[in-house]
Design a protein around this ligand. Sequence first.
Ligand code: PEP
Length: 258
Amino acid sequence: MGGMNRKPLMVGNWKMHGAHLEAIQRVQKLSYLLDPGDYDRVDVAVAPPFTSLRSVQTVIEMDRLPILIAAQNMHWEEAGAYTGEISAPMLAKLSVSYVIAGHSERRRLFGEDDRTVNRKVKAALSAGLTPIAAVGETIEQREAGEAARVLRGQISGALARIPTEDIPRLVVAYEPVWAIGTGRHADPSDAQETASALRESIRKRHGNAADRVRILYGGSINPGNAAALMAKRDIDGGLVGGASLDPHTFASCVRYWK
Ligand code: PEP
């Protein structure tokens, strides 16, 4: 678990699953499964589809739940002629705390690149949201021995021209593409090595602010492997896809030490 007093963060990425009534039920069930001690130990967030954000916000506020809201994506402009897009200030008005930028599905299927990720990271920060900048190598890159180089490029691209004073607010998600939705998670020691390398590449530019950045691991996290991954020094939480759809399995991931 994250050293240097970094509070772990567990984010459930629901992807494009479920309408708002299901989202409400999922959050309520999750809240029945977690107790105050869990929230003291881990920041818990859910990332519903856009159409469920307002409903999830309402449940959280009405029931005063300490669950944080994340968005899966957004546009980098504040407003304008961008049909179909959602801006950071719109998310902020819905009490959204986090926004994922550059999830590998967005990179692969929707053409996001380091430049657009960087724009989103900056826009999120200016709206008071915490960006979760996602990076990760493909299996081809890994097998060609290029993972470290690719990740350095992605992290420096994502964080380009971000002032050092904003760095402590950042969250980075290391999600090897070959581990997402495949049931094949990274070996915890490999994930630790990569998380540490990512932190060092942030340190090169931003010094000790790098120690405040939370680095999450994502890729086939489940209740059976969460503890071993979270035990690693530079891994400060998880981004959980498939296993976050069922409140029981997500709650077990949140309570990984139990
Ligand atoms: C993800 O969507 O970020 C993810 C890690 O998915 P899964 O847990 O299903 O691999």
